[in-house]
Ligand binder design. Structure first.
Ligand code: C2O
Ligand code: CU
Ligand code: CU
Length: 515
């Protein structure tokens, strides 16, 4: 299966003869000031010449027939971590190699997709100047952190082309796998899809004391799905069926690289995974059924390791997994997959355009070195702080509906200046999320973490990956989830929204005033 001409994948197909509106707009905007990209937009000989010129053969073992992108895999990008103290992040249209030398137009921070990997000690400072050189407004949000109001990336803070935004705050949050991404109203989906998203890892002494795999044995991984055109270039098209289901595609990306592989030792690995997709839910599992040991999620480490055959991840959820490859020989291979699944009561139709639940081969591990590794898998983990003792002071209910191309919470679409809930600082509350639609909704709350109390309807249980502290919880069709939470970090205007980014962009979001 791995035979044929090297470096030809994705180059054979020319740009489609009649590009869709969104692709044309994408290229027009992305090509500004770039002769090379203008040639891509023109297609034809210029495209092949350009792509051949940048084909550095940066991975992959060669395509099969060149026409089926599933026939080949490309080397996963593992960028070095940077400290977010005194950092400039400049957003520009540019192009990046998405595997095998195929250059794709993207919107990037500092020219990188994914955005730079940030690593900070708990109690350390994040001081970043964001410079917007995109042809749209932009604001960044630090997903999972609880910074002061003005640092949280509410869309009312978005700055125009040429504008800058200064972030400066102390990272008080538990060690964990957080991330950052665009939060510009109506275009969060588009900007995140085009590349404005990266991981933010917080470390602390408690976690360091566990001696978890680190260095090359710790793999930060952003998983995304993409639709691509005939040339293999990602296309963002939120129209048609995507208005209901959100934007999905059949091609798996890892850290910005299509169909990735990673070369590994026969060792224990720590995978820090973000589902960075706009709409796609993954059911992670290994091709040879080897277990995944879940040690953390959105809010850092969970209270005990869980050995699981599969783990579900909705957009914006994170999991921290130990993957034991010590029984593999040199040359051994195993695939991290998204397994197929179905949703009770879900909308499975939409002219076949709803890819939710389709299987995907996400990342292949290729053992290139046989080593001895005696790193222990922890048998216990430190206790997780809960939302605090005492009886809840009040309850609130949020109803999620998707009807006639409109995505609403409690019957209304988002309005920038309308305050939807006033929540007293420090009070313990129980919030009930009710999905009254046939679509899944990953519900996210800014500025705090919650504890998932129960799920009724649908899957009818709380899963191990939902233990500990969460900032995003998935509701399958017609499920009800109750969570306990308390805002103890900062007063101010924050958000609650669906993290299906097309749903969010269409108004499935509310203003939460912590006062
Ligand atoms: Cu990751 Cu308000 O979002
Ligand atoms: Cu967030
Ligand atoms: Cu939704």
């Amino acid at each position: 299966m791995q035979t044929g001409r090297p470096h030809a994948v994705g180059v054979k197909g020319e740009a489609p003869g009649t590009p869709g509106i969104s692709r044309r707009a994408f290229l027009t905007q992305a090509a500004a000031g770039s002769g090379a990209l203008a040639r891509i937009a023109g297609g034809g000989a210029g495209l092949s010449a350009f792509l051949a010129a940048c084909d550095g053969g940066s991975g992959g073992t060669g395509p099969g027939n060149g026409g089926d992108p599933a026939d080949t895999r490309f080397r996963l990008r593992l960028p070095p971590a940077v400290n977010p103290l005194n950092l400039d992040l400049t957003a520009t249209p540019t192009q990046v190699d998405i595997g095998g030398g195929l250059a794709a137009p993207v919107w990037a921070l500092n020219g990188q997709v994914p955005s730079p990997l940030l690593r900070v000690q708990r109690g350390g400072r994040l001081r970043i100047t964001m410079r917007n050189q995109l042809p749209q407004d932009l604001i960044l949000h630090w997903h999972g952190l609880a910074p002061p109001e003005a640092m949280d990336g509410h869309p009312r803070f978005a700055v125009g082309t040429g504008g800058t935004y200064d972030y400066d705050f102390t990272v008080e949050d538990r060690a964990g796998t957080y991330w950052y991404h665009s939060h510009t109203h109506h275009v969060t989906g588009e900007q995140t899809y085009r590349g404005i998203a990266g991981l933010l890892l917080v470390e602390d002494a408690e976690e360091a004391a566990l001696g978890l795999p680190s260095g090359a044995r710790e793999i930060p991984l952003i998983l995304q799905d993409r639709r691509v055109d005939g040339a293999g270039i990602p296309v963002y098209d939120p129209t048609g069926p995507a208005m209901m289901a959100g934007v999905m595609g059949p091609v798996p990306f890892g850290n910005g690289v299509r169909q990735p592989f990673v070369e590994v030792d026969s060792a224990l690995y720590r995978l820090r995974i973000l589902n960075g997709s706009n709409a796609r839910i993954f059911r992670l599992g290994m091709s040879d059924q080897r277990p995944l040991v879940l040690i953390g999620n959105d809010g850092g480490l969970v209270d005990q390791p869980h050995t699981l055959s599969s783990v579900d991840m909705a957009p914006a959820e994170r999991v921290d997994l130990l993957l034991d490859l010590r029984n593999l020989q040199e040359g051994g291979r195993v695939m991290l997959r998204s397994l197929s699944f179905s949703m009770l009561g879900g909308m499975g139709f939409m002219g076949g355009a709803n890819l939710q639940g389709d299987p995907l081969d996400l990342l292949e591990f290729r053992v290139t070195r046989r080593v001895e590794d005696s790193t222990p898998i922890p048998v216990s983990l430190p206790a997780v702080p809960g939302p605090g003792a005492g009886a809840p002071v009040r309850e609130r209910t949020f109803r999620f509906t998707s009807q006639q191309m409109s995505h609403r919470i409690n019957g209304v679409e988002f309005e920038m200046d309308r305050i939807d809930e006033r929540v007293p600082f420090g009070d313990l509350e129980v919030w009930t999320f009710i999905n009254e639609s046939g679509l899944p909704h990953p519900v996210h709350v800014h500025a705090t973490h919650f504890q998932v109390l129960s799920r009724t309807g649908g899957r009818g249980q709380v899963f191990p990956w939902e233990s500990g502290r969460k900032d995003t919880v998935l509701l399958h069709p017609f499920e009800t989830v109750r969570v306990a939470l308390r805002f103890t970090a900062h007063r101010g205007l924050f958000l609650l929204h669906c993290h299906n980014l097309e749903h969010e962009d269409h108004g499935m979001m509310q203003n939460i005033l912590v006062e």
